[in-house]
Design a protein around this ligand. Structure first.
Ligand SMILES: [Zn+2]
Length: 234
């Protein structure tokens, strides 16, 4: 028995870490991390906006190419830039909840988690005229207190298939584009950033600049970009 206990404890800790840090882990509630692998379909998603440097140019590219996307918004940024949030929704893109202050939720208690999700929910609904139906946790970090709140709000929880570290200021637009091209695979939910989780004025122009090339490369490889809303639980 002396060996079994530490091993069991280690396994439990390992499972806990998996549930916490793996954005698509089902341990703390189901999360959609990838769409259909049949056929060449991909989904664009943008986190941490709305943002004055990047959201509008991204919307322009999406409109010019006829591509849908999902935007997981930070409540406090919606409070600052409600017109941008409204514009995203008015153009038919999915608007999801990404917490009020971009809090990492894994060490938060139920009260703070309720406050983060309800706060962003209300701000998004007020700005866009539409209650959000989807949620993505900042950094993908969750714990057992998140699922009861997302369930009550009727959310589908999303993870992602791959990111390309576009929020790192050292990564130029060309490299963002190239990384997406190399990682693209059927059903991929692509994680990009039109904002900065903590700095409402964060510069995401590199992501905006990379987007036309990302869409062109995907289409050249036979992909169609579909709305993430198609993966909402019904
Ligand atoms: Zn984020």
């Amino acid at each position: 028995m002396t060996l079994v206990l530490p091993i069991a404890a280690g396994a439990a800790l390992g499972a806990w870490a998996y549930g916490t840090y793996e954005p698509n882990s089902p341990l703390f509630g189901r999360a959609v991390g990838r769409g259909s692998r049949a056929g060449r379909v991909a989904y664009l998603s943008f986190d941490d906006g709305p943002n004055p440097s990047a959201t509008e140019p991204i919307l322009e590219t999406l409109a010019a190419t006829g591509v849908p996307a999902a935007f997981f918004m930070v409540g406090e940024h919606v409070r600052r830039f409600p017109a941008l949030a409204r514009q995203v929704a008015a153009l038919g893109h999915e608007v999801g909840n990404h917490t009020l202050r971009h809090k990492k939720l894994h060490f938060q208690g139920p009260g703070r988690i309720r406050e983060e999700l309800d706060g962003a929910h209300e701000l998004i609904a007020a700005a866009t005229g539409r209650a959000p139906k989807s949620f993505r946790a900042p950094h993908g970090y969750r714990n057992p207190f998140v699922a009861p709140v997302t369930r009550r709000l009727g959310y589908t929880v999303f993870g992602w298939t791959f990111g390309v570290w576009d929020s790192d200021p050292r990564v130029p637009a060309e490299q963002i584009r190239e990384r997406v091209r190399r990682k693209l695979r059927p059903g991929a939910i692509i994680l990009l950033h039109d904002g900065d989780g903590y700095d409402p004025a964060g510069d995401r122009r590199r992501t905006a600049a990379a987007l036309p090339g990302i869409i062109a490369d995907g289409r050249d490889a036979g992909y169609t970009f579909q709305p993430l809303a198609a993966l909402l639980a019904r």
